[in-house]
Design a protein around this ligand. Structure first.
Ligand code: HEM
Length: 426
């Protein structure tokens, strides 16, 4: 009897100890980050949960990502703290505020004075000191113009249409000739990568292409890893891949410069003009219909969040403060799935774009907003349009384990593959 009592006391003490450790650990981040600024902040900090020491809420985010439903992380915050559209949390090693209403997303994205890019350390380091995210606003404007001009607008894009069509048609034919199940996402990534390689590097031979592609995958994997540059870590592999990629690009550029010197410039111009004429005369109308589908695709599958950092303490519409130095996550995927904005948002319904839904500012932000709006948006839409055009007209797809549009996009990014067979319509 006495032994039982001692045993009970031990178990109770253990449980209390465990509950205390749990309670204590759950508050460390709150004390450390919020305690320092929260008392003086006016208006108050947004509601939310700072998670565990070091880890913050990363485990919850990873769980939602793996389940193919990243937005459920936000829905969870909404159910706990109400639909405030702004929440504090701790992600990727930093205290963070998430904004997820059209007004707040736009406010952050267009306010260059108070918000700067705040991408995780791994991304910043891998992008390099002179990348668009790591330079001054003046340098950014100059570099951006250099990147945007060759890939934006009808005229610039006309140059690529033929090559993109060629890549897409060849790839679709190759898929159809396989006559067996293949990993759809792996192959789609190859198509997209082929197009991008062509746009940015010109035509390259097969071996350079596959080396570049493998290096790029290693690089991509490192973007959201812990920035530990020690052999064996993902980041180290990504860093090495970056060095190799720079070498390859450098040698391609050198060769191009040499060739440009000896080329007949007039011939080059004539080719370009021919392509422009062809596009205006014959193909100008061809792709218009898919444009609407594309918006619905971007709405339903858009996974991207954009990272910023507050340069000063900022009051958001007078209701909450974002403290200086905190990261800001502009989570516009939630805006695209808001039933107050899009009726039955989970439904893939291209005809919803027949009404003038775009008129509401900030409700459709797949490419961001403000001075850092995606410069590749025209090109991205062009590639999707061409792919859809040929695919829908000439091919049939049988998916073994079909995915929702969201999981489909995630597959492109996170290797969540899906088996498919493609046949050509006779
Ligand atoms: C469906 C495809 C794409 C989506 C949804 C997308 C989305 C975005 C978004 C949301 C941003 C804003 C980031 C920020 O504000 O910090 C962005 C920036 C950027 N995107 Fe894209 N993008 C796509 C395709 C492309 C392509 C094809 C290219 C290259 C040709 C590209 C190049 C860039 C660059 C260089 C930036 C940085 C711009 C800056 O900081 O000024 N994107 N993209």
């Amino acid at each position: 009897m006495e032994l039982n009592f001692v045993w009970l006391i031990n178990v109770a003490a253990l449980l209390c100890g465990w509950a205390f450790v749990f309670w204590f650990l759950k508050r460390v981040n709150e004390w450390y980050y919020v305690g320092r600024v929260g008392k003086v902040a006016y208006p108050p900090l947004p509601p939310g949960d700072m998670g565990w020491p070091f880890l913050g809420n990363m485990l919850s985010v990873m769980k939602c990502l793996r389940a193919g439903d990243p937005n459920s992380f936000i829905y969870n915050l909404v159910s706990r703290y109400g639909k405030t559209g702004i929440y504090k949390t701790h992600l990727l090693g930093s205290p963070t505020v998430i904004v997820c209403t059209p007004e707040l997303c736009r406010l952050v994205l267009t306010n260059e004075e108070h918000f700067e890019p705040g991408y995780p350390k791994s991304m910043s380091l891998l992008a390099g000191r002179k990348s668009l995210h790591n330079i001054s606003n003046v340098e950014h404007r100059l570099l951006r113009r250099l990147i945007t001009n060759p890939i934006s607008g009808h005229q610039a894009q006309a140059i690529y249409i033929k090559h993109i069509e060629e890549i897409v048609i060849n790839s679709l034919d190759e898929w159809a000739c396989m006559n067996k199940l293949f990993e759809l996402f792996t192959e789609m990534k190859r198509v997209i990568f082929k197009v991008m390689t062509h746009v940015f590097m010109g035509s390259v031979n097969d071996s350079t292409f596959s080396t570049t592609q493998n290096l790029f995958y290693d690089y991509f994997e490192g973007l959201l890893s812990k920035a530990i540059n020690i052999p064996g870590f993902t980041f180290h592999k990504a860093f090495k891949a970056r060095k190799e990629l720079v070498k390859i690009l450098q040698s391609i550029l050198d060769k191009k410069r040499m060739r440009a010197k000896s080329d007949d410039e007039h011939e080059g111009k004539k080719d370009m003009m021919d392509l422009l004429m062809e596009v205006e005369d014959e193909d100008g109308q061809k792709f218009v219909d898919e444009d609407i589908v594309i918006d619905e695709m971007l709405r339903t599958t858009n996974l991207f969040v954009v990272f910023r950092e507050a340069k000063v303490d900022i009051s958001m519409n007078g209701s909450h403060t974002i403290p200086k130095g905190w990261k800001v996550l502009v989570w516009f995927g939630i805006v695209h799935m808001d039933p107050d904005i899009y009726e039955s948002p989970q439904d893939f319904n291209p005809s919803r774009w027949d009404t003038n839904i775009k008129a509401k500012r900030g409700t459709f932000l797949p490419f961001g907003a403000g001075s850092r709006t995606c410069p590749g948006n025209d090109l991205a839409k062009l590639v999707i349009t061409i792919f859809l055009h040929y695919f829908l007209l000439n091919y049939k797809l049988k998916q073994l384990n079909p995915k929702s549009p969201l999981r489909f996009t995630m597959g492109l990014m996170f290797e969540d593959n899906c088996l498919a067979e493609v046949t050509k319509i006779p």
